[in-house]
Design a protein around this ligand. Structure first.
Ligand code: AMO
Length: 432
């Protein structure tokens, strides 16, 4: 059984007997000298066998190995200034746990490139590449840090359903499923449920869950199954009450990634700059003006194009908020400003040229909400289960959602969001 990971072997452990387990990354047979690079979850280590000093049974096993086989190596730690990590293992026994077949569907050493489709079709093997695994270790850290932050702040974790009867963001973009004798849908956001829990008196909730969007566009920024990290919070004075949680958690998870994923960032050639709090805030109108001054005109009432997102990222360093959006652009639950209802208390958080989160202070008055649904051509009757929660005591509240994949994409710098999902679901891909 494994006693150490490769990363735990250092020069000063010279002479210690260890057992390592992992995959055969490379084999180099130089006649009298045989090198084997063993790869485990934490990295690579060289195993060196000399024909005059190594047990013949070990030499025979090395001769029969194929790349990517799983092996267990027992041997002595031996400092060697010429080895990649300045230390190697001199084996006393090698057992083949699982012999890999040949040829391999994918090269794991990074010497032969493969297109994304081939990589995704062979994802189990693609993730063996250190640079690919690094993306998922960073994603895991992001999700852990998110949970840690809100547990510390005394938020209650809730689990809304994934099978629902009504749209949460509007009428479109839902996947219909056959649910016994009726039609149901896959959840596109836990929105309505997290709001109802404000009426239940939970005050502060967080959620992490997959959501499903039947958007047909096939871009490098969009997925059809997304992992969202949400909060909802009551008794806020305005949208700032939840914006501060958003900048707080983004700051915290960038800090955690930079501290705990230093190796992974190095593997990806990335540096994380920790932004100062508060993040810059712009209104929608200010963002339009800034773009126009820099040669990009977006008509008032339109959403930002990917080009505009990119331009703003060039002009503003680090993450920033866009607040005070045109009401007509945002979901029905966004609260309009009393003094100028053309604008609402919705916001986006932009980072690295992408919208990574959006949210709003919500309408908490029942009749105002019914009117807002009607203005968006939605039928209040379809939202009866939700509206009911607004009739019997609903505090002012707001919330937001971060897309875990967009956040991972922003930090790791990969060029396609599919790189941040083990098994992405897009317009054409539902397998493996
Ligand atoms: P929204 O629809 O803006 O808001 O989604 C929130 C965040 O989720 C991510 N995201 C996506 N990522 C990849 N592909 C997609 N198709 C996709 N759609 C969304 C983005 C986005 O910022 N209920 C509201 C949130 C709220 O107000 O609390 C909502 O879902 O990072």
């Amino acid at each position: 059984m494994r006693t150490h990971y490769s990363s735990e072997i250092s020069e000063d452990a010279g002479g210690t007997q260890v057992t390592l387990a992992g995959w055969v990354h490379e084999i180099r047979d130089m006649g009298k000298l045989k090198f084997l690079i063993l790869r485990d979850r934490e990295g690579l280590i060289q195993v060196t066998a000399k024909s005059d000093t190594t047990d013949p049974a070990v030499l025979k096993t090395i001769g029969e190995l194929t790349k990517e086989s799983v092996i267990e190596v027992t041997g002595k730690v031996s400092p060697n200034s010429r080895a990649p990590k300045k230390v190697e293992i001199v084996p006393t026994s090698i057992s083949v746990v699982s012999l890999s077949r040949t040829p391999l569907p994918l090269d794991v050493t990074g010497k032969v490139d493969a297109d994304l489709d081939t990589r995704l079709n062979n994802r189990f093997m693609d993730v063996r590449k250190p640079a690919v695994a690094a993306v998922f270790k960073i994603r895991s850290k992001i999700q852990q840090a998110f949970r840690e932050f809100f547990v510390q702040k005394d938020f209650i974790e809730i689990n809304p359903p994934s099978i629902i009867a009504a749209a949460s963001e509007g009428g479109t973009e839902l996947f219909a499923i056959s649910y016994f004798e009726r039609e149901a849908f896959l959840c596109q956001s836990p929105q309505l449920y997290k709001q109802m829990m404000m009426s239940a008196g939970f005050d502060k909730v967080f959620i992490t869950m997959p959501v499903f969007r039947a958007e047909s566009h096939n871009t490098t920024r969009h997925l059809n199954e997304i992992f969202q990290m949400d909060i909802e919070k009551s008794f806020i004075a305005d949208e700032e009450g939840v914006l501060q949680d958003l900048e707080g958690v983004v700051h915290y998870l960038l800090l955690k990634v930079s501290e705990d994923c230093a190796e992974e960032l190095k593997t990806l050639g990335r540096e994380v700059k920790i932004p100062a709090i508060p993040f810059r805030r712009l209104t929608y109108d200010e963002a339009l003006q800034l773009l126009e001054k820099n040669g990009l005109k977006i008509p008032w009432g339109s959403d930002f194009t990917p080009e505009a997102d990119k331009k703003l990222a060039e002009l503003i360093d680090g993450p920033f908020f866009i607040k005070r959006w045109p009401t007509k652009l945002r979901a029905f639950y966004s609260k309009p400003f009393d003094e100028d209802p053309k604008y609402c208390r919705a916001f986006d958080l932009c980072y690295m040229g992408m919208e990574i989160s959006s949210g709003a202070q919500r309408i908490h008055d029942h009749d105002e909400l019914v009117e807002s649904l009607k203005r968006k051509n939605l039928k209040p009757d379809n939202f009866e289960f939700y509206l009911k929660a607004f009739r019997y005591g609903m505090p002012p509240h707001g919330g937001w959602s971060i897309g875990a994949e967009r956040m991972t994409e922003a930090i790791t710098g990969v060029s396609n969001i599919r790189e941040c999902v083990l098994y992405p679901r897009d317009r054409t891909r539902v397998e493996p």
